[in-house]
Design a protein around this ligand. Structure first.
Ligand SMILES: Nc1nc2c(c(=O)[nH]1)N[C@H]1C(S)=C(S)[C@@H](COP(=O)(O)O)O[C@H]1N2
Ligand SMILES: [Mo]
Length: 375
C-alpha cells in the first residue's frame, strides 16, 4: 500500500507547462500529457457527486479533432437493412434519455503498479461522474434495421492518429449496444458536450471502462465478427489468470476488458493533512461498474479491523455512491485511513491490486495518511 500514498502532491507537467490545460478550461487539473491532452483531476476536486466539467479528467490518444456540429453526420452501416447518415438534428429528435455515469479510465492508478509499465502515469483522478443526455443506441440501430448476423457494433471517431498510431476504433457487443442505458450523447451536465469530451456526439457505455465511450463519434459499423482494430484485438486486454508482476503474458491469454471492478476513493481528508485531535470526517466515493455498492468499510489499524461507513446521497445505477465515516481521532499520532468497498455481488476490493502488463484496473484499498496533533 505504500505506493498509493507515496506521492503526496502530484504535479504532473504543470510546473514545466503552466497554463497548458487552459485552452480546455481545465486549469486546475494535473497535466499528464500536453499533446495529446491528458489531464487528471486532483483528488480534492472529486469531492462532489457530480464532477463539474472544469474538473472532469480528459483522456485523448490523439489530438482533439476540429468538429462542426452543423455538418456532423453519424453513419450507420454494415449488417443493417438500410444504411443511414443522420444529422445531429435528426438524432436529437429521437427520445432523449439521461444517464448518470461514473466514467473511469481503465488505466487509472497505473502509476502505482510495480514494476512500472509504459502509458500515461495516472494516479487516482482519471475518474469522474457526469449526467449525459442522448438518444438510445438501440433507437438508432432500429432505424437502420439490424440484421441477425450482427455480432458487434464497431464505433468510429473523427480524431486522427499521430504517426504510425492505429485509428481509435472500438467495438461493443450487440447485447450491450442495445441495452436501454447505452446512449449516444450530445449533452454533458446540462450543456452541449465540450470539445475535449467528444463534441458533438459521444457514445456512453455505462459501467464499462472509459474507452468504450467513444468521443467525436461519426460511424457505427455492425459486423458479424470481432473487429480487427488494434484497440480491440490487442489494446484494452487483461490476463485471464493471475500473473507475476513483470511477467510477459501470451496474447492468447489476454481477454477484453468490459465492466469495472469494485473500488473506493477517499476524497476527504486530504492525504498528508495535519489535523487537530477529535472527530474527523472521512468521506469519498465507491463504484463497481455495472454493479451496485453494498458496503464501504474503514480501517485505521492497517486492516486488522473494519468499521462500516454510512452510504449517503444520490443513488444511480451506473454512478458512484458517497460514503461517510466519523473517525474519533483522540490520540496525537499518525493515522493511516483505509477504505474497502464491497459490491452487490459480494466482490470486495483487494488489499493488493493484480499486476497486469498494461496497468489496468488498479483497485486496491484506498488509503490516506493524516497527522493528528494534540489539542
Ligand atoms: N475518439 C476517441 N474516443 C475516446 C478516446 C479517444 O482517445 N478518442 N479516449 C477514450 C478513453 S481511453 C477514455 S478513458 C474516455 C475519457 O473520456 P473524457 O476525456 O471525456 O474524460 O474517452 C474514451 N473515448
Ligand atoms: Mo481510458
Amino acid at each position: 500500500m505504500a505506493a498509493a500514498t507515496a506521492r503526496i502532491a502530484p504535479t504532473g507537467l504543470n510546473a514545466q507547462t503552466p497554463g497548458a490545460a487552459q485552452r480546455y478550461g481545465k486549469e486546475k487539473l494535473i497535466v499528464r500529457s500536453m499533446r495529446p491532452p491528458d489531464f487528471e483531476t486532483p483528488v480534492a476536486l472529486l469531492d462532489s457527486f457530480i464532477t463539474p466539467i472544469e474538473h472532469f479528467y480528459v483522456r485523448c490518444h490523439m489530438p482533439v479533432p476540429q468538429v462542426d456540429a452543423a455538418s456532423w453526420t453519424l453513419k450507420v452501416g454494415g449488417e443493417v437493412d438500410s444504411p443511414l447518415s443522420l444529422s445531429l438534428d435528426e438524432i436529437k429528435k429521437l427520445p432523449a434519455h439521461t444517464i448518470t455515469m461514473t466514467l473511469e479510465c481503465a488505466g487509472n492508478g497505473r502509476a502505482f503498479f510495480e514494476p512500472a509499465m509504459a502509458g500515461i502515469q495516472w494516479e487516482k483522478g482519471a475518474v469522474g461522474t457526469a449526467r449525459f443526455t442522448g438518444a438510445r443506441m438501440s433507437d438508432i440501430l432500429k432505424k437502420a434495421g439490424t440484421r441477425a448476423s450482427a455480432l458487434n457494433v464497431e464505433m468510429h471517431a473523427a480524431d486522427r492518429p499521430m504517426g504510425t498510431q492505429p485509428a481509435f476504433v472500438r467495438q461493443v457487443p450487440m447485447t450491450k449496444a442495445v441495452h436501454p442505458d447505452t446512449i449516444i450523447a450530445w449533452d454533458m451536465n446540462g450543456q452541449p458536450i465540450p470539445l475535449a469530451h467528444g463534441a458533438p456526439l459521444r457514445a456512453i457505455v455505462p459501467g464499462w471502462e472509459g474507452a468504450y465511450s467513444i468521443k467525436w463519434l461519426n460511424a457505427l459499423n455492425l459486423i458479424p465478427r470481432d473487429s480487427d482494430s488494434f484497440w480491440v484485438a490487442t489494446g484494452y486486454r487483461y490476463p485471464n489468470r493471475r500473473v507475476a508482476p513483470g511477467a510477459a503474458v501470451d496474447a492468447r491469454d489476454m481477454e477484453p476488458l468490459r465492466g469495472m471492478p469494485v473500488k473506493s476513493l477517499i476524497t476527504i481528508p486530504a492525504n498528508g493533512a495535519a489535523l487537530a485531535a477529535g472527530k474527523i470526517n472521512v468521506g469519498g466515493f465507491a463504484w463497481a461498474g455495472e454493479n451496485d455498492i453494498k458496503a464501504v468499510d474503514i480501517s485505521t489499524d492497517n486492516g486488522a479491523t473494519w468499521q462500516p461507513a454510512r452510504l449517503t446521497g444520490e443513488q444511480a445505477r451506473f454512478a458512484w455512491r458517497r460514503f461517510e465515516y466519523t473517525l474519533n481521532a483522540d490520540k496525537a499520532q499518525s493515522y493511516l485511513i483505509l477504505s474497502r468497498a464491497t459490491d452487490s455481488l459480494g466482490n470486495m476490493q483487494p488489499a493488493v491490486s493484480q499486476w497486469n502488463p498494461s496497468g489496468y484496473l488498479w483497485n486496491q484499498y484506498d488509503s490516506v495518511r493524516v497527522e493528528v496533533k494534540g489539542a
